[in-house]
Design a protein around this ligand. Structure first.
Ligand code: CA
Length: 235
């Protein structure tokens, strides 16, 4: 895949010692790792950070691995390696067709996990076109008012963030300036169309640093703005 950055692995494991051990082995193998222990934290984290692979334990506090795997497959093709404590469980999991890329049985050695991670990443390695597409995709980090594309990120002001979140949440839809004002000013303060335009201008400048040469927020003459990723330079 992208050779100039380490691949990022999300380790979802509620045994803290095991999670740390896995993270250490993954780091030694040249990956970066982030650990989560609670099932409820997984989907928001994956949406915000788009990891390269997820190592997903089946039994977790909060939400179980089955449910998480299904939900993640609803919006992402990220490789998933599921870990379960029972070898006989694997047949059942295969039968459920969850969309996981591999299954590994506990207890495992961290070395074995790293070997599986490598093998799955090799097998699912994307074409240069797909890799480019992934780094061209914007992801919103709602907690931090940031937007990311691959490893690049931009900090937005609260107004820019709400403005972009509205557009981003409905690709292709045209928002009038009035509709955008409603989204960003809950108190209905009177602001002019020019205020929206000037926020859009600043937002575009930040996004163009993330996606050089691409315009993702398009002006629609006489109507407003729409978000449409993956199109050329016209605006
Ligand atoms: Ca567990």
């Amino acid at each position: 895949m992208n050779a100039d950055r380490p691949q990022h692995i999300l380790v979802v494991e509620d045994e803290a010692k095991l999670a740390r051990l896995l993270a250490d082995y993954l780091a030694a193998a040249g990956y970066t790792a982030h650990c989560l222990a609670d099932g409820r934290e997984v989907v928001p984290w994956v949406r915000a950070h788009a990891p390269d692979l997820i190592l997903l334990d089946l039994m977790l506090p909060g939400r179980d691995g089955l449910e998480l795997c299904r939900e993640i497959r609803g919006f992402s093709r990220v490789p998933i390696v599921m870990a379960t404590a029972r070898v006989e469980e694997i047949d059942r999991l295969l039968g459920l067709e969850l969309g996981a890329d591999d299954y590994i049985c506990k207890p495992y050695s961290p070395r074995e996990v790293v070997a599986r991670v490598k093998a799955v990443l090799r097998r699912t390695a994307s074409t240069p076109e797909a890799a480019k597409e992934a780094s061209d995709r914007l992801a919103l980090d709602e907690a931090g008012y940031r937007v990311r594309a691959g490893e690049r990120e931009a900090e937005l002001t609260a107004v820019e963030f709400h403005l972009f979140a509205a557009l981003y949440g409905a690709p292709g839809r045209i928002f009038s300036r009035g509709q955008l004002m409603d989204r960003i000013y809950a108190d209905q303060r009177v602001v002019s169309d020019r205020t929206i335009d000037s926020h859009i201008k600043k937002l575009r400048r930040k996004l163009s640093e993330l996606l050089p040469g691409q315009e993702v927020i398009h002006s629609v003459y006489g109507a407003g703005y729409r978000y449409e990723p993956g199109r050329g330079g016209e605006s």
